[in-house]
Each structure stands twice: as C-alpha cells, then as structure tokens.
Design a protein around this ligand. Structure first.
Ligand SMILES: [Zn+2]
Length: 217
C-alpha cells in the first residue's frame, strides 16, 4: 500500500491503522513510490499492527517492490540491478502487478530471481485477466505468489491480501515464510465506486498541493 508520503497516496498513518484493523488484517507492507522514509517513520509510530517497510521502485523495466528494507533502492536501474540491490540489502524482491494495464509492469521480463510475484493486485485493470496472466507467470517460474491491495486511499486497504503461514507474528518470520512460499494470495478488485471516489479525492488533493506549492509543482 501507499501512504501520504507517496506522491500519489492519500493515506495518513492514523487512517492506515484504523482501516487495517477494521478490515482485520494483521499488518501491511508500505511501498511508497521511490521513497522509504515515510514507511520507516510509520513503522516506528504504529505498533498495533505489523508494518513491513518497503518501497515500490520505478526500474527501467517496470515497477518492482522491495519488502523489509531499511534504506532506499535507487530508481532507474535495470530489473537485474534492482533485484540484486534489494537482495544485497536483505530485502524481498516482488514483481508487482506484472500484467496490469496502465501501470508500469514488468510483463515478460519477470524472472525467477524474484522472491515472489504479486498475482492479485486489487487495482489492476482488467482485474481477472491480470490475475490469470500473473498466476501463469508465477507458476511457470515456480516462485511464491502474493496479493496486494495497492491501496492509495484508506478504505481500499485489505481489498486483496496475503495469508502468511507462520506461527510467529514477527516481521523477519513473515518475510521468511513468503520466501519459502508459505503464503496464499486472496481478495478482490477494488470496487469501481471506491476507485472513482479515490480519483476525485486525489485530484482535490493535487489542487491543494498545487496552490500551496506554487506554479512549479
Ligand atoms: Zn506500481
């Protein structure tokens, strides 16, 4: 999910915690676009749910998610360089929404160096087709399958989610379980009404930012 630290996110830390608990998810992975500072800050602030700090990096080949990181991964690297960098930092490399239309997706470049493939992305369009195609990629590569809400707006949190089979609710154990494939992607697409509401709020938010930041924004 994305927070207000992401250029396109609306979710403030308090909302994040409220909606996560309302939906009954035990934790969330924060993956703001090309920055990890917000995720690290929120991970310190929020203790009532598990926060996995991460990042969604714009690589030269498409978006890549790095989970369980403590520092930024540079953008505009190749797919190989990005995955290597995430692994060198001890993180988990996830090919997010590999077949989603209108998102920067890796598509056929997705490879078995990834620890997991996001087969369900709740905001992917067309939803069913992108799920089916991402599942095909994950099965052919034999890597773990996860799901993500890709939430940018509070009520979207938990629309898609990953069940993780681990006894301990510890961040490292959760990441280890995903790496071993002890996980299952579940969930649905974000309803159209919610997407429209989010778009409207995002536009309003952008206008507020624009007027407070001047014409250079
Ligand atoms: Zn993305």
């Amino acid at each position: 999910m994305h927070t207000c630290y992401s250029y396109d996110g609306l979710i403030k830390p308090k909302e994040l915690s409220y909606y996560a608990r309302k939906k009954g998810v035990d934790g969330v992975a924060i993956t703001d676009h090309n920055r990890i500072d917000g995720a690290l800050k929120i991970a310190k602030q929020i203790t009532e749910i598990i926060i996995i700090p991460g990042i969604e990096i714009s690589s030269l080949d498409g978006h890549i998610v790095g989970l369980n990181l403590q520092e930024d991964v540079p953008k505009s690297l190749t797919i190989e360089e990005t995955v290597e960098k995430i692994h060198a930092l001890g993180g988990l490399a996830v090919a997010c929404h590999p077949k989603a239309f209108l998102k920067s997706s890796l598509g056929k470049k997705t490879n078995s160096k990834f620890d997991a493939i996001e087969v369900i992305n709740a905001s992917a369009i067309p939803f069913k087709r992108s799920v089916r195609q991402a599942q095909e990629i994950a099965s052919s590569l034999g890597v773990a399958q996860v799901a993500g809400s890709d939430a940018h707006y509070g009520p979207e949190i938990g629309s898609a989610y990953t069940v993780i089979y681990t006894v301990e609710h510890d961040r490292e154990k959760i990441v280890e379980a995903i790496r071993k494939g002890f996980c299952q992607p579940l969930g649905e697409a974000i309803p159209l009404s919610l997407r429209l509401k989010r778009e409207f709020l995002a536009l309003k938010h952008k206008r507020v930012l624009k007027s407070s930041l001047g014409s250079d924004y």
